[in-house]
Design a protein around this ligand. Structure first.
Ligand SMILES: Nc1ncnc2c1ncn2[C@@H]1O[C@H](COP(=O)(O)OP(=O)(O)OP(=O)(O)O)[C@@H](O)[C@H]1O
Length: 790
């Protein structure tokens, strides 16, 4: 078959192609690209649908201030699976409902800067799309808003138009007073049961205020509510100036009602008041207008006087002289002068002279005087630049290098107001330096050049011009780009974090304690950072030991905005960071010193943000954003430090126990042998063991009705044990510092002595009844460091 090109000329090909070109609806696009939304297989599609519906249910209930109560049911019905998700949220109005479920990219959160699980307005409608594509059945939705009647809808998405097609809309009855019920049928299977259960279990870890019930063909799972406190309510915020992208800035400039740049900055951004706006504008002016060079003023006022006198005609010599003297004196008072400063100074001199002489020095005269004085001031620019360059460069550069360089640099200033941007100045310096290197056979390196630029830029003055208006900035990409640069270069305090709802270190820990039976738990919450104008907070938690499986890699749990991330672990910034940490340093096994560590350990990382940068629309993995990666690392390291000291201590306790076990086996034999040989009474082993092990030894000594508890601290550090003696008769003459409580005929005597290293304390009491029974309990010291002989 001949190719299109061989039968048609270029214009013909274009016309032919044009016939086949048409807009693609978003629904059509996602129909073909289901994997982008997490619906690439039946197993995964089911997990994604549950995730989207449950995330929405949690968002909706929390937003309405209700403790979430969510029911998820998966049932096999004929060739398909039926998914039902019910929530006790505020419900959806009959007007909104068809669009929420029947239109992709329709939602309430996309434009909000506030932490929420949903972001894009695709999730649940994508589940509807997947269901209708695989089963051909409509979505069945029941929703009831507080106080209203329940409404029932059946709908599909028209993929050509991306609009809902409602087939049934009626009033119904429902036992929930408010909430939403979604029923979807889809081609699916339960191969991803593990992921499904993980998703529900991990959701429960980070949402202890939610009650979630899952019923699926393989069994039931219930996560009961652990707290009645809803997460702190979040506030919507405006974007932060750091990290906004140019396109967004241009759009904001177009949309704003503000006229002035200062107003725009204060109105549209968070953390920008009058002062910060002024700082941004100063930085913007530097970039947009540049600065004016301020030349060193001449020592000799006579030259200025002469120059002014020369150019002013038609006035009495006396008046001209007074004017020239005023200018020369004012110039002499300044160390350096920029053109606009000179201009203001001449006008002040004109006013002063006028007050003294009554003669007017008008616009033209002033302009002439400014020009003449400016020429005089500029005459010294070679020596001025020489001094600046000489100070700024290393002492190794001698005058013969600096002098020709300064002359060349001075030549670049072409006159006028000597106004230039920093990049222009850098170019002048580069050219002068390159020429000097070439002509004079000397070196003028990068650092020297940068130092000269900095020194000259420092003496330049900010221009007094008003910044352009918002409309002017919006109309020019370069100007907007200069504003963006200025925004990122200005110090601005971090955004407020009331738009975020971190889990908090305390709840991260109790969440882990609730779901994992371990020996050790640690957690950390970092301060907020900013990414792309959106604030974010990273939290980390670690559980170690206990019932956790010791074989293979540690278990990594990733969360974003309280949602567990189940898929694409390998593509996630969180995983990359965990792999990049040297875990051997924290006491975990890590073959080869990098990669996933091994051991009985769960590491969890939560990134909360008003806009989590996911790698794709299916929201499975966090993108490699350096600022976020840094914070993940710091949070994990903070928790890992606690793990390290726990493991270190555990190791030293283990060694102690081993030593104690060996001694415990040898010492009695030695004592017996020694007693045989010496024919003396056998030695008290506990006493010797405590001494050898540097333990704390607690011994009871009873004489008639007098009881003594002796606490000997054989270690070198102070200890504060808690001793509780339980006696069956009332004790008397109890030594100081004790609390005595009677309960059901038993007396509890509690002491908390502080015993310094290598010291001892004696606690005592008398018994009214010599036959009384007693029992001692000692806490506050690790078992491995304690020997009780009582
Ligand atoms: N169960 C529900 N109760 C109340 N409102 C809901 C419920 N489910 C969805 N909504 C509303 O419908 C909107 C669209 O939901 P959808 O899942 O399509 O997107 P999203 O949650 O905003 O974002 P994402 O695509 O990131 O999940 C939500 O923003 C919310 O306003």
């Amino acid at each position: 078959m001949p190719s299109l090109q061989s039968t048609l000329d270029d214009g013909g090909v274009a016309a032919e192609l044009a016939e086949g070109q048409r807009a693609i609806s978003i629904a059509e696009f996602f129909e073909k690209n289901k994997h982008m939304l997490g619906f690439d297989s039946g197993a995964r599609g089911l997990v994604t649908a549950v995730k989207e519906a449950v995330d929405n249910a949690l968002d909706a209930a929390e937003e309405a201030g209700h403790l979430p109560d969510i029911y998820v049911e998966i049932e096999e019905v004929g060739d398909y699976y039926r998914l039902v998700v019910e929530d006790n949220g505020p419900g959806i109005t009959a007007e909104q409902l068809p669009k929420v479920f029947g239109k992709l990219l329709y939602g309430s959160r996309f434009h909000k800067r506030e932490q929420a699980r949903g972001q894009q307005g695709i999730g649940i409608s994508a589940a509807v799309l997947y269901s209708q594509l695989t089963s051909g059945k409509p979505a069945k939705i029941t929703s009831r808003t507080g106080g209203g009647e329940a409404k029932y809808f059946e709908l599909i998405i028209d993929t050509d138009t991306n609009e809902p097609e409602v087939s049934v809309e009626e009033t119904t009855t429902w036992d929930r007073p408010h909430g939403t019920r979604i029923e979807l049928e889809m081609d699916a299977n339960m191969r991803a049961r593990g992921q499904l259960r993980d998703y529900i279990k991990h959701t429960a870890v980070v949402n202890p205020h939610a009650r979630i019930e899952l019923r699926e063909p393989g069994g039931e799972f219930k996560a009961e509510r652990a707290t009645d406190d809803l997460p702190a309510e979040t506030e919507e915020i405006r974007p932060h100036p750091h990290g906004v992208e140019l396109g967004t800035l241009l759009k904001m400039l177009d949309d704003t009602d503000s006229y002035s740049l200062s107003g725009f900055l204060q109105e549209e951004f968070t953390r920008v008041g009058k002062k910060t706006a002024a700082n941004v504008i100063a930085a913007f002016n530097d970039r947009h207008y540049g600065r004016e060079m301020a030349w060193r003023t001449p020592h000799d006022g006579a030259a200025v006087e002469a120059a002014v006198t020369d150019v002013v005609a038609n006035k009495s010599a006396e008046d001209v002289d007074a004017f020239a003297t005023h200018i020369a004196e004012a110039v002499g008072e300044r160390d350096r002068l920029a053109h606009h400063e000179l201009d203001a100074l001449v006008r002040t001199a004109a006013g002063e002279t006028n007050a003294e002489t009554g003669t007017t020095f008008g616009e033209t005269v002033c302009e002439k005087a400014v020009a003449a004085t400016w020429d005089v001031i500029r005459e010294n620019r070679e020596s001025d630049l020489y001094e600046l360059a000489d100070d700024a460069t290393s002492t190794r550069k001698d005058g013969s290098t600096i002098e020709p360089f300064a002359d060349r640099l001075a030549a670049k200033f072409e006159g006028g107001r000597d106004r230039l941007r920093r990049d222009e100045l850098a170019e002048y310096v580069d050219r002068a330096a390159a020429m000097t290197e070439e002509r004079d056979d000397v070196s003028f390196g990068e650092t020297a050049r940068e130092n000269v630029v900095e020194a000259v830029w420092e003496v330049c003055r900010a221009v007094p011009d008003d910044p352009p208006t918002v409309t002017e900035v919006a109309g020019d990409r370069d100007t907007a780009s200069a504003l963006l640069d200025a925004m990122s270069a200005t110090d601005i305090i971090a955004p407020p974090t009331d738009c975020l709802s971190p889990i908090t270190a305390e709840l991260v820990r109790s969440g882990l304690e609730k779901e994992f039976d371990a020996d050790f738990y640690a957690s950390a919450t970092r301060d907020a950072g900013v990414h792309g104008g959106d604030p974010f907070i990273v939290e980390a938690g670690i559980a170690y030991g206990g019932e956790l499986g010791a074989e293979g890699n540690v278990q990594l749990m990733r969360f974003a905005n309280r949602v567990p991330l189940v898929y694409q672990r390998g593509a996630c910034a969180t995983t990359d960071v965990i792999k990049s940490i040297g875990w051997r340093n924290y006491g975990l096994d890590q073959p080869g010193g990098s990669g996933m560590p091994n051991g009985p350990c769960v590491i969890m990382v939560h990134v909360a943000s008003t806009n989590v940068p996911f790698t794709s629309e299916s929201k499975d993995a966090i993108a490699n954003v350096p600022g976020i990666e840094d914070e993940i690392e710091l949070a994990v390291r903070e928790a890992a430090r606690e793990l390290k000291s726990y493991l270190k201590k555990r190791q030293s306790m283990q060694q102690r126990r081993q030593k104690q076990d060996v001694l415990g086996a040898i010492l009695p034999e030695m004592a017996t042998k020694l007693a045989d040989v010496t024919e003396r009474e056998e030695l008290d082993i506990d006493d010797s063991l405590a001494r050898i092990m540097n333990n704390v030894l607690v011994e009871r000594r009873v004489e008639d009705d007098h009881v003594e508890l002796v606490v000997e601290n054989h270690s070198s550090t102070g200890e504060s044990p808690e001793l509780t003696e339980i006696v069956s008769a009332e004790p008397t003459a109890v030594s100081d510092g004790a609390r005595v409580v009677e309960m059901d005929g038993e007396w509890f005597i509690k002491w908390s002595p502080e015993v310094s290293g290598n010291d001892e304390a004696t606690l005592e009491y008398d018994l009214a009844d010599a036959d009384a029974a007693f029992d001692l309990d000692v806490t506050g010291i690790e078992a491995e460091k304690l020997t009780v002989n009582a």
